[in-house]
Design a protein. Structure first.
Length: 316
């Protein structure tokens, strides 16, 4: 039997229409969207299904929307394919960590919806108070990019740091506008390719500290259970065992880099050979292919995906 991990996407994977086909095909998915609408007090489902894109992309909406779509897909998969064994691990990229915690039974769906909405609002406020930018640096090593960020911060007097170690040769940086600009110039001088990201919130940088402080009281009050499935956390690429570890993770990840390369390698070293991305987009399976080229990957974002999953991946 092939050992699998379930992966949950983060912000940037949202698109208008996500989850609509699942809601039409599976009552459990439809009920998931309806539950979220009731919790939030507005039709998030309509925003997912119909847009408009600029409203869906707003971090305050995108974060709960991605969580709800991912859990709707997970529940549809579990309902339609009860023959599949549970995953060996679950992990989520940044925001996706909340979906992973729900999948592991550590965090309730209702609390996750509320937390991701609050997280989006707090991050938007922090970004408005201290505008910043992000950029993907390609073709350079993790160590080179980290060293470039340190030099750029010293030169510019501005914040700039690694935000995501996504895959070999793909590192995202985040910080103040001047800091990211300085690091981008240095990266080009060292032969890297720089791709500016269309964001105004400098995620996973110290500029998000006000958001972490605002989220702390909410996270402290949320009931958490010991995960029934091991969850690999973003900050240390290690298993989160206890409620205290989860609470610390959810706050630290706002200002710390996502160690996605190390997270995937950790799961592969533990015997995982199949990775299933649950939710919209194919970002994470693309990264997995760069990190562990021999791994099998699949996506679950539509009814067709659930049928196609078959027994090739995670089969008995």
């Amino acid at each position: 039997m092939q050992l699998c991990a379930y992966l949950f996407p983060g912000q940037g994977s949202q698109s208008v229409g996500m989850g609509r086909a699942l809601a039409q095909a599976y009552r459990v998915a439809r009920d998931t969207f309806a539950e979220a609408d009731e919790i939030l007090g507005f039709p998030l489902s309509r925003l997912c299904f119909e847009g408009p894109a600029e409203v869906l992309t707003d971090t305050r909406n995108a974060q709960p929307a991605l969580l709800v779509t991912a859990i709707a897909a997970l529940r549809a998969l579990q309902w339609a394919r009860p023959d599949l064994p549970p995953p060996l691990y679950v992990a989520g990229h940044s925001l996706g960590e909340y979906s992973a915690l729900v999948a592991a039974g550590a965090l309730s769906f209702a609390d996750a919806v509320r937390l991701t909405r609050a997280r989006g609002e707090l991050m938007a406020q922090a970004g408005a108070a201290h505008p910043g930018s992000m950029a993907a640096i390609l073709r350079l090593s993790d160590e080179q990019v980290a060293e470039i960020c340190a030099r750029a911060a010293a030169q510019s007097g501005d914040v700039v740091q690694v935000a995501n170690y996504n895959a070999p040769g793909q590192v995202v940086i985040s910080g103040g506008v001047a800091g990211v600009a300085a690091a981008s110039t240095l990266a080009r001088e060292e032969g890297g390719r720089v791709v500016p990201l269309a964001v105004s919130v400098p995620s996973h940088s110290s500029l998000m500290q006000p958001a972490a402080e605002g989220l702390a009281s909410l996270v402290a009050e949320v009931p958490l259970a010991q995960p029934a499935i091991p969850v690999i956390g973003n900050v240390h690429a290690a298993v989160l065992h206890t409620a205290d570890e989860i609470r610390a993770e959810l706050l630290s990840q706002l200002v710390s880099p996502v160690r996605w390369t190390a997270s995937v390698l950790r799961m592969a070293e533990e015997g995982v050979s199949g990775f299933v991305e649950i939710g919209p987009g194919e970002v994470l399976t693309g990264l997995v292919k760069r990190i562990v080229p021999h791994a099998q990957t699949a996506n679950v974002a539509s009814p067709e995906d659930i049928v196609a999953l078959g027994e090739v991946l995670c089969g008995q």
